[in-house]
Design a protein around this ligand. Structure first.
Ligand code: FAD
Length: 319
């Protein structure tokens, strides 16, 4: 069975990211999953147990200060060498900012096609892809080279299958032009206890209808009760109600949780672009004609300041 390379996304504090486990699950349907860890010295050892729990049969470890100390260029170079040698059935990266940039550089180096924002991939190489800012779902296939795809977080249900991965150390040889953008400092994001927005199973978002920054406590309270992340529309962000890194939409983050709750959000096309692949959408809006209701699985026409506290009380009771 051909290998399928999964490029590992991980953080220093929390280890392997959920999207990596999702990609390993997807890779198992396509061939033999091999995880590729690109990081500083010792990076693979810290991650290997978790990667094995999700079926990684092999781990390629490219560990070097040259990988850790520079932006994505060295990673693309190492990957290009590995892909040329192994000739995998497919290469999967996360549809994150970094994953997409590595994939794009890899595609150029290999003169290979690329598909981004993929939400499904068959053994025949046909991908289901979210295109045109989320307004279209298309079937596509890389017609030049191997399937090189970036996978959107939350597209696949991660299922563990134990494996005992063999670790192979890769030689890291990068060029001077790979080392033009050096990392000078890393600052851990202040996150609190909420899950990361793009990886959360539940997202509760507030829009201009929330009215002001203080009222966003209501959005946060509901998110916390549901164990979810908080999002915001651009109008809410532009009005200063909530920080920009939580913006959902065409010019913000793309989310695809099991449950998306939209509070006081009208449902403009640019907002929908970032959340319309959510599995279940619940909307609360006092305007029954708001476009968000065209998309919602469950809609409540009413004042969010009455509805949300009632919903929160009910959730507390049932807990
Ligand atoms: C190039 C471009 C990129 C963009 N990118 C994004 C993007 O990434 N993300 C994004 O979100 N937008 C984006 N926008 C903006 C987008 O077009 C909309 O303006 C924005 O999404 C509107 O945000 P909103 O729904 O919160 O506000 P509004 O459209 O003002 O809607 C507020 C809603 O709240 C309801 N409401 C008010 N009070 C209450 C209450 N008490 N209870 C219940 N409901 C209430 C109202 O009925 C209304 O439907 C972009 C626009 C452009 C041009």
């Amino acid at each position: 069975m051909s290998e399928v390379l999964v490029v590992v996304e991980a953080t220093r504090e929390f280890g392997v990211k959920k999207v990596t486990l999702e990609m390993l699950t997807l890779a198992r349907e396509l061939g033999a999953p091999s995880a590729v860890v690109l990081g500083g010295p010792g990076a693979a050892e810290a991650l290997s147990a978790r990667l094995g729990e999700y079926g990684a049969e092999k781990i390629y470890a490219a560990e070097s200060e040259e990988i850790d100390g520079y932006l994505v260029a060295p990673k693309a170079t190492v990957l290009a060498g590995l892909v040329s040698r192994v000739q995998p059935a497919a290469v999967l990266l996360a549809s994150s900012q970094e994953g997409k940039e590595i994939a794009a550089r890899l595609a150029v180096k290999l003169d290979n096609g690329i598909l981004t924002d993929v939400v499904g991939l068959g053994a025949d190489g046909i991908a289901t892809q979210v295109a045109f800012a989320g307004s279209a779902i298309v079937k596509s296939k890389v017609s030049r080279g191997l399937p090189l795809v970036t996978v959107r977080p939350n597209s696949v249900n991660p299922i563990p299958v134990a494996a005992s991965p063999v670790v192979e150390q890769l030689t890291v040889a990068v060029t001077d032009s790979d080392k033009l953008a050096r990392v000078v400092e890393r600052v851990a994001e202040q996150k609190g206890s909420r899950p990361e927005l793009t990886e959360a199973g539940v997202v509760v978002s507030g829009g201009r209808g929330v009215g002001n920054a203080d009222n966003f406590k209501l959005v946060e309270e509901l998110a916390d009760l549901l164990g979810g992340a908080v999002g915001a529309s651009r109008a809410a962000v532009d009005s200063g109600y909530y920080p920009h890194q939580f913006q959902v939409g065409q010019t913000g983050k793309t989310v695809s949780p099991q449950l998306y709750v939209a509070l006081g959000i009208s449902g403009a096309i640019q907002h929908r672009a970032g959340m319309q692949t959510s599995k279940t959408i619940v909307a609360v809006n006092k305007d029954g004609e708001a476009p968000i209701f065209e998309l919602a699985d469950f809609g409540v026409v009413g004042d969010l300041f009455k509805i949300v506290p009632q919903a929160a009380d009910e959730i507390r009771k049932r807990k």
